[in-house]
Each structure stands twice: as structure tokens, then as C-alpha cells.
Design a protein. Structure first.
Length: 228
């Protein structure tokens, strides 16, 4: 059973981000897509591509399988989340919403996905032909639910200071914007630099969002800096 199914969403925070989605995906294609994994994978891939830098923009199958949000959204399926993600992306490719290219690096073949537009198809074709180099590709491990998820409110009080109503609201908004592991690691980084303020922590999160943080996969926070 989904542990969040009875939890009512409290509304979008004031700093909510917006991701552009092609209109047909919310119109005619929405009528046709009957597989939840395909729909979730397509939407999440679009969101991940939106924050990518450079050209061509693509996301690998490994990155999708390592994505916490996508993996958790498909964790209740009979197959593993990694399998459902692979199946969902395959269906999106067959439908034509997502384009794919296969490249080999260090003896490992990887799939690169992007939104299926004329420009992106041309860019992926050049990548597949070796005309365009994509550099070193990440090979992350599929995301697995940790046994103990950090409590960011407790972490803040233990490492930064008292939790005022205003800071509590800021933390709740941050939970909507970033993975909880990012917030925990940002607190740890701030503590390690002796910059114990929410303002500094939020700047770390904003920097990671704009400059990238391990291709969308949060790094490991320092247990030495953050006390439980």
C-alpha cells in the first residue's frame, strides 16, 4: 500500500518550479497513453531534461533508474522499479514521444533518451554515428529506498539552531523542491563550513539546482557533519 495515498497535498509552495510540457502530451496523447509507467517515465524524463545543461540534452536509462522520485512512484508494481522504468521508456519510444540513441563507452552500451523533436533526432543521430561526443556518461546504480530517511527538521535543530515557524515553512517548501537527501547534505556542508543559517543552506540548494548535483542524483551527506 502506498504510504502517502491518504495524505492530502497542502498546495504548491510560493517558489514552485514550472516545467514546460509539449501541449499534445496533455491533449491527444493523454487520451492514448494507457500505461501509468509510460506516462510517469515520460513526464519525469521531460523534467530531468529541463534542468540539463549543454546540447544535445539527454538522460540515460541509468539516470532514470537512479532517480528517487521516479523509482518511488513505481515501487508498488509487481516488477522492480528499474524494470518498470525500462519498460515505460521503451513504450514512450515506440509511441514516438521520446527519441533514443544507443552508444557504447568502455565496453558498456547505454541508451540516451530525449524529447522526440526534429532537432533532437538529428542531434542523437550524430551522437550514434560518433560525429558528436557526449563525453563521459554517468553509470549510477538504481535507486533503492533507504532504511532510514533523514528528518530534515530534526537535522536542522541539531545542527543549525531553533526551528522557528518561518524556518519550518521554508523547510517544508524545500521538501517540495529538492530530494530530502540534498537538504540533509546541504545542512552538512553548511555545518562543515561553519555557516549555520538557512539562508546559506538554501543558496547551496539553489546552486546545485542550477549547476547540477551529480546529474540529478544527490550525493552522500556527511554523517560526521550531521548528527542524528
Amino acid at each position: 500500500m502506498n504510504r502517502n495515498q491518504d495524505k492530502k497535498y497542502e498546495g504548491f509552495p510560493r517558489k514552485v518550479r514550472y516545467v514546460p510540457v509539449p501541449a499534445p502530451l496533455l491533449d491527444s496523447l493523454l487520451e492514448e497513453i494507457d500505461d501509468l509507467a509510460e506516462l510517469k517515465c515520460t513526464l519525469r524524463a521531460i523534467a530531468m531534461l529541463h534542468v540539463k545543461k549543454g546540447h544535445p540534452r539527454f538522460v540515460t536509462l541509468g539516470e532514470l533508474q537512479a532517480d528517487r522520485t521516479l523509482a518511488r512512484s513505481l515501487a508498488q508494481c509487481e516488477d522492480s522499479a528499474a524494470q518498470r522504468i525500462e519498460q515505460g521508456m521503451a513504450k514512450a519510444v515506440r509511441r514516438g514521444t521520446i527519441a533514443v540513441a544507443s552508444v557504447e563507452e568502455n565496453g558498456t552500451r547505454q541508451q540516451l533518451f530525449t524529447l522526440n523533436t526534429e532537432t533532437n533526432r538529428g542531434a542523437l543521430e550524430k551522437v550514434a554515428q560518433g560525429v558528436t561526443s557526449v563525453g563521459s556518461l554517468p553509470v549510477p546504480e538504481p535507486w533503492v529506498e533507504p532504511e532510514d530517511t533523514p528528518n530534515i527538521f530534526a537535522l536542522y535543530e541539531q545542527n543549525v539552531g531553533m526551528l522557528s515557524p518561518m524556518i519550518a515553512d521554508e523547510l517544508r517548501e524545500a521538501e517540495e523542491l529538492y530530494p530530502v537527501e540534498w537538504i540533509a547534505e546541504a545542512i552538512g556542508e553548511a555545518v562543515g563550513l561553519n555557516k549555520r543559517s538557512w539562508r546559506y543552506i538554501s543558496r547551496i540548494l539553489e546552486r546545485w539546482e542550477h549547476e547540477g548535483r551529480g546529474h540529478g542524483k544527490p550525493g552522500r551527506y556527511s554523517k560526521k557533519a550531521v548528527r542524528y
